[in-house]
Design a protein around this ligand. Sequence first.
Ligand code: MN3
Length: 201
Amino acid sequence: MPLTLPALAYDVAALEPHIDATTMTIHHGKHHAAYVNNANNAMTDHSALQALSAIDILKKINETPDTIRQALINNVGGHANHTLFWEIMAPGGANAPTGALAAAITSTFGGVDQLKAQVNDAAMKRFGSGWGWLVADANGALKVISTANQDSPIMQGLTPLLGVDVWEHAYYLNYQNRRADYLAAWWNVVNWSVVAANYGR
Ligand code: MN3
């Protein structure tokens, strides 16, 4: 099959107390796995698509067959979004953004605290399910955006550097309706080294 569920690089309990082990187990093993399975099912009769990476499918989403495009948006998007999400979290996180990313955050937003506030605002204003993002455009300029459902910034020609999942499945077991509390806690597990590496791609 073309797409596979990536293994987590850390234990499901490693992000506690900020993200609990049960949420991680279900989120990765059930939700993310379902996006992978549903994406592969959608591509069953489309061998050319099966040869592409998730990122390349999303870049060419407007060239995909009408009959499966929404399934690809939802499920290839869900796969790419969650793959990034696991990668940009780590136990303890990193202390601060570094290098070119740190300089760009300062020049664009004024500093990392202001960036966090903008991401939190975008994530809080996302009605229903979706994501808050730090992205780079084709010129390397940083922007904060939000997308609905599993819509990927890649479909807009943007490079996602950091994304926070604000679907209720990402936080409801531990935080119930308190999305703001989840967001505040989530910054404690951001792996800024990976976010900085994403900016260099
Ligand atoms: Mn999710």
